[in-house]
Ligand binder design. Structure first.
Ligand SMILES: *[C@@H]1O[C@H](CO)[C@@H](O)[C@H](O)[C@H]1NC(C)=O
Length: 239
């Protein structure tokens, strides 16, 4: 009587694991066999099956399909494992470089920066944050350590004496291309401040910096109001 309980168990196991047609034909055969079994020897037919249910060794009649099924499942698991490892590597690659942020301001001065005879990149030398070490205060340049979407802001501040004229223009560049600018040219007031924010999709190694345009000047920034900051909004795997 033990055989009767073993056969449904096998059926159950195959039911849980199978999806191929080979497995379902083995299942059919098992079911047929179980249904038609009358207590004598089993009609294992052409199966490679030296054992007999009589000897109560369970699924020996289905040994070959079960073995094939096991092989198929094993191969699928190997494939899944492969995929999982690749995914894991990608996740690590993405998250490893995801802490990128910097903030820097110009050193306070009562005097003016500029005017120069050419566009001059501004080196914001007072660095209060530089996670990921993307910002170089000597050059004033941010170099993307990782590909992704970045946010950048810069503030242009200038204060001139009553007799003087506000004449400032700064621009943010990505790899030499002007992305955004901010300017003043008036005698109506003597102090002004403006901020620009841009989102940029950067590849690794892309450079972003801020320039003071030739002939213009930033004056009287006694508190380091001129600032440049940026951070990685989210990384991308594209390099
Ligand atoms: C300086 O910037 C201005 C404005 O973007 C541009 O027209 C000019 O060609 C630049 N000068 C140089 C030398 O790159």
């Amino acid at each position: 009587m033990k055989t009767l309980t073993v056969v449904p168990l096998c059926v159950l196991v195959i039911l849980c694991l199978s999806s191929g047609s080979e497995a379902s034909s083995a299942l059919d055969l098992l079911r047929e066999t179980a249904v038609s079994w009358a207590g004598g020897s089993l009609p294992c037919g052409g199966w490679d099956c030296e054992c007999a249910f009589r000897r109560q060794q369970g699924c020996c009649c289905a040994a070959k399909p079960l073995f094939d099924l096991e092989e198929a499942i094993f191969m699928r698991m190997v494939g899944l494992w492969d995929g999982l490892s690749r995914l894991n590597n990608q996740v690590q690659e993405v998250t490893a470089g995801s802490r990128i942020a910097f903030t820097a301001t110009m050193l306070p001065t009562a005097r003016c920066l500029g005017p120069f005879t050419s566009n001059m990149s501004i080196s914001y030398q007072s660095v209060s944050l530089n996670q990921g070490s993307g910002y170089n205060p000597a050059l004033g340049t941010f170099t993307a350590p990782h590909a992704g979407l970045y946010s950048f802001s810069f503030t242009a501040y200038s204060r001139v004496g009553d007799a003087d004229r506000l004449y400032q223009k700064v621009q943010l560049l990505m790899n030499g291309q002007v992305i955004a600018s901010s300017w003043e040219d008036n005698r109506e007031d003597s102090e002004d401040c403006s901020t620009q924010t841009v989102l940029l999709q950067l590849r690794r190694g892309c450079q972003v910096y801020v320039e003071l345009l030739s002939g213009r000047q930033l004056c009287g920034d006694a508190q380091g109001n001129n600032a440049f900051s940026g951070y990685l909004l989210y990384p991308s795997t594209e390099e």
